[in-house]
Design a protein around this ligand. Structure first.
Ligand SMILES: Cc1cc2nc3c(=O)[nH]c(=O)nc-3n(C[C@H](O)[C@H](O)[C@H](O)COP(=O)(O)OP(=O)(O)OC[C@H]3O[C@@H](n4cnc5c(N)ncnc54)[C@H](O)[C@@H]3O)c2cc1C
Length: 293
């Protein structure tokens, strides 16, 4: 069911990663559940990844089990009621275009985000003030310690800017139930979705490996502007470069190491703190580093 000594670099969008002692891609909730149980019974650490689009994994030996949810991708859409049931590994662009094709309104913004549904709920991913939290009814999870399956209603989940309570509890997201507005204008929805994707590809460095916005926007500031003001666009450490198109993106221009990227993150933080007095908190999640959460 799992591979040993598995290289994770092709499982992150920035194309950097370490070697997992054990690696698995469950195709069903039962398989996922079994893996969690296996890790506990065998006293192995375990780490979930989705599409790896918000992850910096250190290029070291990662002890324990890494589980990738990308193959858990069942998606059921009822175009009449607007009720959607999706497994954790459904990709946001698939969800977004499927919603539009079924005349469901409210997911057009998600087209250009290369993450899974599970990752998007965990990160509370979004654009502007839009995120899946708005459409969520409930989330099914497995408790990583007790292996118990639970369904949590939206009212019991705390969502803030790029934060959900899943970041501070011990639950694996397996699926979610959502509601989108039915009976939308099909042509218009498809066009809006296409336009949103076009806008993203024009304003973000889509054609280079990256992990999206590196830092959260501090209150009343834009991280990209703070970095831009210091003239850091194009600044490089090894193969890691601050994008010329969007300064809150780090791109992997040519075989960057996780160390190059980590160092670049630290240099940006130091410079912005020195010159502007503002601490930039990473949005990107770090695996295998001693970075404080
Ligand atoms: C080009 C590009 C554009 C982007 N644009 C945006 C944007 O507009 N808005 C935005 O918010 N983000 C954006 N991102 C960042 C990223 O796509 C989102 O944060 C996304 O939701 C992460 O999902 P993922 O499946 O890739 O998660 P991963 O990166 O694989 O994991 C992120 C975190 O979620 C946890 N996790 C993942 N799945 C589960 C699960 N099933 N259960 C429990 N924990 C889980 C992981 O352990 C990890 O801590 C962008 C990234 C890229 C590369």
């Amino acid at each position: 069911m799992f591979s040993k000594k598995f290289n994770l670099s092709s499982y992150t969008t920035i194309k950097v990663g370490g070697v997992a002692e054990y690696f698995a891609e469950p195709q069903s909730i039962d398989e996922f559940s079994y893996l969690i149980e296996w890790a506990n019974l065998n006293n192995q650490k375990y780490q979930i990844i989705g599409a790896g689009s918000n992850l910096l994994i250190n290029n070291i030996f990662i002890k324990g089990l890494v589980v990738c949810t990308k193959k858990m991708k069942s998606l059921t859409i009822d175009p009449y009621s607007g009720i959607v049931e999706a497994e954790a590994g459904v990709m946001l662009p698939t969800l977004s275009s499927s919603l539009a094709k079924n005349g469901l309104q409210g997911g057009e913004w998600a087209i250009g985000i290369p993450g899974t549904l599970g990752g998007a709920i965990y990160m509370n991913a979004g654009t502007g003030n839009l995120s899946l939290a708005k459409n969520l009814i409930s989330v099914k999870v497995i408790n990583n310690k007790t292996h118990e399956k639970l369904e949590i209603e939206k009212k019991d989940i705390n969502f803030e800017y790029r934060f959900s309570s899943f970041q501070s509890n011990n639950l694996a997201i397996i699926s979610a139930k959502l509601h989108f507005e039915p009976n939308g204008n099909l042509e218009q929805l498809i066009q809006t979705t296409k336009n949103n994707l076009k806008l993203k590809t024009e304003t973000q460095p889509y054609h280079f490996p990256s992990f999206g916005s590196v830092f959260k926007n501090p209150k009343n500031h834009y991280a990209a502007k703070l970095i831009d003001d210091l003239g850091l666009k194009g600044f490089k450490i090894g193969g890691a470069e601050i994008s010329n198109i969007h300064s809150n993106f780090i791109i992997n221009t040519s075989s960057a190491s996780s160390k190059d990227i980590y160092e670049l993150i630290t240099v940006i933080q130091q410079k912005v703190l020195q010159k502007k007095g503002i601490y930039l908190q990473p949005e990107v999640r770090m695996v295998g580093f001693d970075y404080p959460d």
